[in-house]
Every structure is written in structure tokens, then in C-alpha cells.
Design a binder for this molecule. Structure first.
Ligand code: GLA
Length: 381
């Protein structure tokens, strides 16, 4: 990938720049908890974005996306926003950096990636954190700390891409470390690395290749439901800043006051916050059966209570159970994308084969299968 980028950069701009990279992410457990102040448990993966970048002495960014085969130029003022969605991520990162009082000047860039798009692996966070890291390095003597880099990416999603996401994806891309998952408390921002090397097991992602058009508006709607439930609980329990602060019985107290849909969303979130802690404890004991069981519970909640699964993902989840896979669930925001599966080594081949065959027979197209390695996040190459 790096060679391809370097060749194109030379062709397009006639010089050489520095290389920066960042990664997509998986999340073992803790879904839709981040914007509720709960825990998440992600790790960066060996699929990401690489960008070659060089300041160009102008006030314009000139960017070429190898994968989309498209060139875009834009200025750095608010009114210069490009219309191409991939370029808006880069523009957003520049704007959010400037808004925080830091410096961004014109630069040339060529980039490419291997995070599958729309699979729930956060290709957009990988793109944001690559550029956030790079502008920090190139124009700000690395004065911006990693949390702020993650927040720059998150605000880019909020203000330039229309998704009111939490901090998980950008956090994982910025803090990812080879061989470790990171448990983040999204309220206090305390985090802890957990070495992850499950002996005798593999993690495999099965991509349904389903993408839902309305995913961002449905995502924002889930968030609004949670905020509504939290506000109702707060009237009785003022200590509740986020839904994750609420006890299950406190939610029951307000059941009649909120739409049933909001109640179900909140019921899922409160259960999920606890599951992350249970999984971390189980991992420390090497108890993968419990880890897996929690993953199935999360899938159930995401499917029936949070309603962000779909027929294809429910099918893959059921099939995993049938094949005696230790744990399986829809991963990421949902509405399509992947299941993440924790599979015993000896079952791996037969599970993957069965999943491909039966999914294809039922839906008329094959799912994609990705092995992932937990890797480093944003960095200069
Ligand atoms: C998307 C968002 C994250 C998080 C997940 C669900 O990936 O970007 O902030 O909310 O969905 O856990």
C-alpha cells in the first residue's frame, strides 16, 4: 500500500512527504455505551489508513484518495467545505484543530486504506485519526494530547458528517497498542490496557456486507432515546449524569413516563455496562466461556432491545451458536456490518466454511471473512 501511495504522490506532486498511519478497530464488548458514559473495550486492528503528507506552503489542502481514485482541493475556512464525503473527514479534522486554537496550513496528501467500508470497523475513525495525528506532528510540535486528537475526530463526525457518535472509535484509533484491548470508562476517560492473546481461540469477523442507508439517522435516534430515559431518571436521582449511572430499578420507576421504545433502549444499555466489567473479570481469570456467553447476551440485547441488528446478522449469530462458537455478536453501530466471533481453534475452519455456505444459500451473496490482529493505532511511519 505504501509503495502505491508513494508512486502516486510523486506523480501528482513531484516530491516526497512523511508517512502517517492509523487503524480501524474491533470492540470485544460494550456497544452503544460510549455516548452513555459507560465502558467500552476496543482494540486497534491491523487494517487501517496510510497517508503521505507534505505541507505545500499555500492555504489549500490538495488530497488524492487512491481507493476512490478522486482528487479534491479545498481551503481551510468554514465556507470551503468539500462535498465529497471522504474529503469532509479531512476537512473536518483541519477545522476542528483550528477551532481549538491550533495551527493547520495547506498540505498535499495521497492516502489509501484497507479497512472494509461499512463493515463496522471504523474506517472513518482511522481516516480522522491519521490526519489529526499528522497535523499535530507537522504544524503543532505534537502539543495536542492523544485524547484531544480523538475528540477532534469525534467532533468531525458530529459537525461535518452528521453522526452524533461517542468517543470509542477515535479513542481506539489513537490509543491502540499491539496485543492489547483497552477498557475505557467513557465518563471519566480512565483507561486500562488488557493484554489479549486468548490461547486456543481465534477472533474472526464475518461481514454480512449489508449496509443500511439510514444508519446515521437511526444511530442518532438511539442516542436521543437514551438521553430521554436518562433525563426522566435524573428527576428522581439527580446524581445521574449519564444513563450508565442509573440502576436498573431506577429505570423501572420511570417506565410509565417514557416511550416503551426508550425504556427498551435504556434496559439494554444498563445491562451492557455491567457486561463489560464482567468480561474484563472473566478475561483476567482466563474464563473464555463467560466472555463468550456475555457476547451472546449482548447480541440478544442489540437485536431485541436496541434494535440495531438485521436479519442477516441474526442469522450469522444463530449459526454461530449452532456451530458451538464460544461467543458471537453484531459489532459496532449495527444496521449491517459484521459479527465478531470468538472461536476455538479446532472449530475455526468448519465454522467459517459453514457460515459461508449457509449464508450464501440463504441470502444469495457470500459474506466476507476477516481475521484480525490487535495492533498499534495512530503513528508516524
Ligand atoms: C459507532 C460509533 C461509536 C459507538 C458504536 C457503538 O461505531 O462511532 O461511537 O457508539 O457505534 O458501540
Amino acid at each position: 500500500m505504501k509503495e502505491k501511495i508513494a508512486k502516486k504522490f510523486q506523480e501528482q506532486f513531484g516530491c516526497e512527504g512523511d508517512f502517517f498511519a492509523s487503524a480501524g478497530r474491533i470492540n470485544l464488548i460494550g456497544e452503544h455505551t460510549d455516548y452513555n458514559g459507560g465502558y467500552v473495550f476496543p482494540g486497534a486492528i491491523d487494517k487501517g489508513i496510510i497517508a503521505e503528507i507534505k505541507p505545500n506552503g499555500t492555504d489549500k489542502v490538495r488530497a488524492f484518495s487512491v481507493d476512490i481514485n478522486e482528487y479534491v482541493e479545498f481551503g481551510l475556512n468554514e465556507e470551503d467545505a468539500p462535498s465529497q464525503s471522504w474529503a469532509r473527514y479531512i476537512f473536518g479534522v483541519c477545522r476542528e484543530t483550528i477551532k481549538r486554537g491550533f495551527v493547520v496550513k495547506g498540505f498535499d496528501t495521497v492516502f489509501a486504506g484497507d479497512v472494509p467500508l461499512g463493515a463496522g470497523l471504523s474506517s472513518s475513525a482511522a481516516l480522522e485519526s491519521t490526519f489529526a495525528y499528522a497535523v499535530n506532528y507537522l504544524f503543532n510540535e505534537e502539543k495536542i494530547d492523544r485524547f484531544e486528537l480523538a475528540k477532534i475526530g469525534q467532533s468531525t463526525e458530529h459537525n461535518y458528517c452528521g453522526v452524533k457518535c461517542g468517543i470509542m472509535d477515535q479513542f481506539a484509533s489513537c490509543f491502540g497498542k499491539k496485543g492489547a484491548l483497552i477498557r475505557l470508562n467513557c465518563k471519566t476517560l480512565e483507561y486500562k490496557y488488557f493484554p489479549f492473546d486468548p490461547k486456543g481461540y481465534k477472533l474472526v469477523l464475518i461481514d454480512s456486507c449489508v449496509k443500511h442507508e439510514l444508519a446515521s439517522s437511526a444511530y442518532n435516534k438511539r442516542r436521543a432515546s437514551c438521553e430521554n430515559a436518562a433525563a426522566a431518571i435524573r428527576k428522581n436521582h439527580p446524581e445521574v449524569d449519564f444513563l450508565s449511572d442509573a440502576k436498573r430499578v431506577w429505570l423501572d420507576e420511570v417506565r410509565a413516563e417514557i416511550p416503551e421504545e426508550d425504556f427498551l433502549r435504556a434496559e439494554y444499555v444498563i445491562g451492557e455496562v455491567q457486561r463489560v466489567l464482567d468480561v474484563c473479570d472473566a478475561l483476567e481469570r482466563g474464563d473464555y466461556e463467560t466472555v463468550g456467553e456475555m457476547m451472546y447476551q449482548t447480541h440478544f440485547g442489540l437485536s431485541r432491545l436496541y434494535e440495531v441488528s438485521c436479519e442477516e446478522l441474526d442469522f450469522l449469530n444463530k449459526l454461530a451458536r449452532k456451530c458451538e462458537v464460544t461467543g458471537s455478536r453484531v459489532m459496532g453501530g449495527g444496521f449491517g456490518g459484521c459479527t465478531i466471533n470468538l472461536v476455538k481453534d479446532e472449530l475455526y475452519d468448519s465454522f467459517v466454511k459453514t457460515a459461508i455456505e449457509q449464508f450464501t444459500a440463504k441470502f444469495g451473496h457470500a459474506p466476507k471473512v476477516y481475521d484480525v490482529v490487535i495492533s498499534d493505532g495512530a503513528r508516524k511511519l
